[in-house]
Design a protein around this ligand. Sequence first.
Ligand SMILES: CC(C)(COP(=O)(O)OP(=O)(O)OC[C@H]1O[C@@H](n2cnc3c(N)ncnc32)[C@H](O)[C@@H]1OP(=O)(O)O)[C@@H](O)C(=O)NCCC(=O)NCCS
Length: 171
Amino acid sequence: MGSNVLTETERLIITEFDVSMAECVHLNSLDEDNRNFVPDEVFETVQEAEETIGFLMECYKGTEGPFVYPVLLKNGENIGYVQAVPIGDQWEVGYHIAARYTRNGYASEALEAFLLVIMTRLGIERIWGVCREDNRASRRVLEKCSFALVSCQTGVYHGQEHVVCKYVYAL
Ligand SMILES: CC(C)(COP(=O)(O)OP(=O)(O)OC[C@H]1O[C@@H](n2cnc3c(N)ncnc32)[C@H](O)[C@@H]1OP(=O)(O)O)[C@@H](O)C(=O)NCCC(=O)NCCS
């Protein structure tokens, strides 16, 4: 494994960002599902993606996060990311797989491997998964990765009122 590689699965490499990924990150982020479900993770320009990547690369050096890692196919194609984001003194996972690569099991394959590594690194025994009730694909990913449903309640999510489902994963 290269020095910046976090972990590998049968089909995927989970690694650290570098600035050369800005164009892929910009293009991957423009999906309709991403716009709909996670609008604050859409980068309208390569420059916006570059700035965010710069920030995220700095975050690797600290302990506060967010910790976001690109997901690559073994041929190097950048297909999305997995992340651990602090919420108070707890942590929450997040993920995006670009639309043209979805429904191949990539998000669940990446998340399953990521959970083990990131929870060990952070020294935590549980982590949250939070998504809109109508985000069926995301809920399915959490369920496939053995997250347990804790609640589904109306709340503010990305600035709008939605039914939000909270899941937890415990080692
Ligand atoms: C959610 C997302 C990461 C899923 O990526 P993926 O690589 O397709 O995920 P997987 O293939 O591992 O699993 C998806 C599961 O959802 C199911 N699914 C996909 N779309 C669905 C839909 N509209 N309704 C019901 N199930 C759906 C798939 O069939 C699959 O389940 P299965 O393996 O039992 O058949 C991807 O769609 C995405 O990035 N969406 C936009 C960003 C986002 O919503 N992120 C999460 C925020 S909480």
